[in-house]
Structure formats: C-alpha cells, structure tokens
Design a protein around this ligand. Sequence first.
Ligand SMILES: *[C@@H]1O[C@H](CO)[C@@H](O)[C@H](O)[C@H]1NC(C)=O
Ligand SMILES: *[C@@H]1O[C@H](CO)[C@@H](O)[C@H](O)[C@H]1NC(C)=O
Length: 152
Amino acid sequence: MALKRSLILFPMLTLLLLALAWFETSLCQGPRALRFRMQHMDSGRGPMGNQTYCNVMMMRRGMTRGRCKPKNTFIHETLPLVRAICGGQSVPCRNRTRHNCYRSIHPMSTTFCKATGGSRPPNCRYITYPTTRRFIIVACEGTPLEPVHFGP
Ligand SMILES: *[C@@H]1O[C@H](CO)[C@@H](O)[C@H](O)[C@H]1NC(C)=O
Ligand SMILES: *[C@@H]1O[C@H](CO)[C@@H](O)[C@H](O)[C@H]1NC(C)=O
C-alpha cells in the first residue's frame, strides 16, 4: 500500500516541482524581458529626423516617471531579430554580477536619447540623436533566453 502510494506520489511531486520551476522562471524573467521591450523596442522606422521623437517616446514608454531616465536607446528592428542576439556571439559583461551578454551578429538600427541638463519630470527633455546602425550588446536571461538589459 505504502509503495503504491509513493509510486503515485513521486510522479505527482515531480510534476509539481516542474510546474513550480516553470512558473518561477516565467514570473522572474517575464517582467524584466517585458521591461526591456518597453524601454528599448521600437520596431518602426525610428524618428526619421523628427526631433521630438525622444521627448514623446521616453514619456510614452514610462521612463519619465519620478525621474527623467538620463539615457536610453531604442532599437528599430523586429523582436525576433533582437531576441536572436541571445543565441549569437557571447561577450563578457562589463558588470561582473551579470551573465550572458551577447553582441549582435549584424549592425542594428538604433536611436540614442539623452536628457538635456536640468530637465525635470514631468517635463523631461531629450536630445534625439540621428539613427545609426551599430552592433549592440544585450544581457539575456531565462529559458528561452530573452534580452533583459541593454548594454554590456
Ligand atoms: C515625432 O515622433 C513621435 C514619436 O514617435 C510622434 O508621436 C510624433 O507624431 C512625431 N512628430 C511628427 C511631426 O512626425
Ligand atoms: C550590475 O548588475 C546587477 C544585476 O543585473 C544590477 O542589479 C546592478 O545594478 C548592476 N550594477 C551596475 C553598477 O550597473
């Protein structure tokens, strides 16, 4: 009887642990991956010379609440392409507590936004730098790996 019960319990426990592990990774990784997309993904064509792009986008993407995020880069590529960076060329992370930094295999279209000195929320003001194509580095986490941080 005891053996029978453990024969049933064991697979159930294994299943439960697997479910917990899956739940945990999706809970822990999810928000950071979502935040990365919110802060860095803009798959459209970019500012195309529009000087108010950064003012509008930094506010729209929630980076001007409480403080004006000083710098941010938007990536004008598709999400699958940006995700694929995590399966590409591994490079050391500058921050030693971070792991899994990767550099894009191809240059990617990006726009850099920088807060002007003295801008304060809710009126954060940014310089919209011209869009450039450059190799980018991201830190990835989770299973499957997803970008969670921009930069080395
Ligand atoms: C400039 O870019 C912002 C953000 O994408 C957009 O909301 C705004 O309409 C654009 N302005 C012009 C003149 O195209
Ligand atoms: C280094 O990475 C850790 C983990 O991602 C982060 O919490 C910490 O703020 C980072 N430190 C610096 C100086 O960026």
